[in-house]
Ligand binder design. Structure first.
Ligand SMILES: Nc1ncnc2c1ncn2[C@@H]1O[C@H](COP(=O)(O)OP(=O)(O)OP(=O)(O)O)[C@@H](O)[C@H]1O
Length: 375
């Protein structure tokens, strides 16, 4: 179904001329990704930082053409910019899967000065607790004496500001570099600090990737031992592009135990593998529920699926986090459990996962990660 809609979108886009390149936008390679999910079409339009303004009318035409296709409830087109040949992703067909990079090595993404390791927290689908894990994992890494930052790359629903209790635009004393906000000791940056929460502006804005590049490279992160990247949920072109352009030391995949979530998690694993990002391990969230009244345990979504999957694939299983009402309330109030109650039973799984992550980074790289504190 969504493949058919995607094909129809491509046909519609083939009717748009690319004045700069002298062919239609599809033939000219201008369209670097089309993904359709639940009737929502997301299209990536290639440009350069210098030409972003000039390409804006083309982006609008692409968006309008996609929106006119039957079966598309909403369409958003975003401009993505290359910074130089080193960051150019491999030739890009227009499908969300298997994706542009199939079988090709990851282009070397430039490292971040003063940041020793960047790790991604990712999930194959939304709502599995990825951001909650990213926040508490970052805090648990910090509790191990590491200097940690958290970049919210979840452009679809930036929730890090709320979870860390942050608001207001970050400062930029010289108008160029961004000073990250600090929440519970973590340096943090999010598109949610730049726009109102719930504003769909990001998909109308000229460059999602450009914004992320800016947050990554123009924010004063240094010195950091680990920068945790809260990825957008899913395995489409946006995620693939991030995985290719960010110098990732590895990825943590979060899933709930349900088969369907695991199926999506498998797609996430495949995506990172395709671009040669090491998988640091799997986490099972909402793994079980202990009734606060009778103490009885219920495996609401089943239990152990992620552990079995990790075993099957020979990947580290980093841990299981129960469904815990306190975790939800505290996250939503901007009081993450690992910061507020670091020694609680609820925080314990996050500390264990953090230990596993440090271990996995060390194993994944021939050189042990130099992520110890330097004073
Ligand atoms: N272990 C848990 N116990 C209880 N609630 C949880 C747990 N993990 C996450 N939640 C809650 O589930 C909801 C979704 O979590 P979160 O926003 O972290 O998911 P996500 O995968 O990042 O979602 P999205 O894809 O929408 O960004 C939040 O209200 C969060 O507080």
């Amino acid at each position: 179904m969504s493949r058919t809609v995607r094909d129809q979108i491509l046909s519609a886009l083939a009717g748009i001329a690319d004045p700069e390149r002298g062919r239609d936008v599809v033939a000219s390679g201008r369209i670097s990704g089309v993904a359709v999910e639940d009737g929502v079409a997301r299209i990536m339009v290639e440009t350069t930082p210098e030409r972003a303004g000039a390409t804006e009318p083309l982006r609008r035409a692409v968006e309008a053409a996609a929106a006119s296709v039957r079966g598309v409830k909403r369409a958003s087109a975003v401009l993505t910019a290359e910074r130089g040949p080193a960051q150019r992703p491999p030739a890009a067909p227009t499908s969300a899967a298997p994706g542009p990079a199939a079988g090709r090595p990851r282009p070397a993404a430039p490292t971040l000065p003063g940041v020793k390791a960047v790790i991604a927290v990712a999930s194959g689908k939304g709502g599995v607790g990825k951001s909650t894990l990213a926040v508490n994992l970052a805090l648990a890494l910090q509790a191990r004496g590491l200097k940690v930052g958290l970049l919210d790359a979840d452009v679809y629903g930036p929730s890090i500001p709320r979870m860390l209790g942050l608001s207001g635009r970050p400062d930029s004393p010289d108008g160029k570099r961004i000073t990250p906000k600090v929440g519970w000791g973590l340096k943090a940056m999010s598109i949610g600090l730049m726009v109102e929460e719930d504003t769909p502006l990001i998909w109308r804005g000229p460059m999602v990737q450009g914004a992320l590049d800016q947050f990554l490279r123009e924010t004063d992160w240094a010195p950091l031992d680990i920068l945790v990247l809260d990825m957008p949920p899913g395995t489409g072109d946006v995620q693939l592009s991030i995985a290719q352009r960010v110098p990732l030391a590895g990825a943590v995949i979060v899933s709930t135990p349900q088969d369907i979530a695991l199926l999506d998690a498998r797609k996430g694993l495949a995506m990172f593998r395709r671009v040669e990002v090491p998988i640091l391990g799997l986490v099972e969230n909402m793994s079980w529920f202990t009734c606060p009244h009778c103490g009885g345990r219920s495996d609401i979504f089943g239990h152990g699926g992620a552990r079995d999957e990790a075993l099957k694939l020979g990947l580290p299983f980093l841990g299981a986090v129960p469904l815990d009402l306190e975790v939800r309330i505290m996250s939503d109030e901007g009081r993450p459990v690992v910061a507020v109650a670091p020694d609680s039973e609820a925080a314990a799984p996050y500390h264990a996962i953090a230990a596993g992550v440090v271990d996995s980074i060390a194993k994944a790289h021939r050189e042990p990660p130099r992520i110890m504190i330097e004073d």
